[in-house]
Design a protein around this ligand. Structure first.
Ligand code: 8DG
Ligand code: MG
Ligand code: MG
Length: 144
């Protein structure tokens, strides 16, 4: 049987801000294995970007957000073996609804664990789309 023709998919990811830091986790078992990436996932049918970001964050870390705001979009072709993938990814930023909340690793098959990293001292290697965004000089923090 022929494989269905691959199509681009929509990712929604969250830059969760806490002081000068953002929340990152090391990916497992999928594209970008063992690279540091933002929480997020696939946009589901009927969802807003804000709903998707809040849902994925909750599923992956147990955290709740406030003030989600659209930031930017990336278009990335992952030339990975055995299966390439193509993502249009929407980036939102937000802050914690309750700053005393601590991230939990609720999907350990997909992530080694969550932690806060200063934007100026990000860990390596970063997931490709994030790596490109950082290299371009992108700054996710609100300007006061
Ligand atoms: P789901 O089944 O929960 O919907 O998906 P997931 O398992 O959480 O998907 P994911 O891989 O975490 O995110 C979906 C895609 O979004 C990912 O395969 C590629 C794209 N993506 C980027 N940048 C980032 C990023 O920094 N973090 C995450 N999580 N995904 C990203 O382009
Ligand atoms: Mg997910
Ligand atoms: Mg995810």
């Amino acid at each position: 049987v022929a494989e269905p023709k691959p199509a681009p998919r929509v990712g929604v990811v969250l830059i969760l801000l806490k002081g000068k830091s953002v929340l990152l986790g090391r990916r497992r078992g999928t594209i970008g294995h063992s690279t540091y990436a933002l929480p997020g996932g696939h946009l589901e049918f009927g969802e807003s970007f804000e709903e998707c970001a809040a849902r994925e964050l909750k599923e992956e870390t147990g955290l709740d957000i406030e003030k989600p705001e659209y930031l930017t979009v990336t278009n990335t072709i992952f030339r990975e073996i055995p299966k390439p993938a193509h993502y249009v990814t929407i980036y939102l930023r937000a802050v914690l609804a309750d700053t005393s909340q601590v991230p939990q690793n609720l999907e350990p098959e997909k992530c080694d664990g969550w932690d806060w990293y200063e934007w100026d001292k990000l860990p390596e290697p970063l997931f490709l789309p994030l790596e490109e965004m950082v290299r371009s000089g992108f700054n996710p923090f609100p300007t006061e």
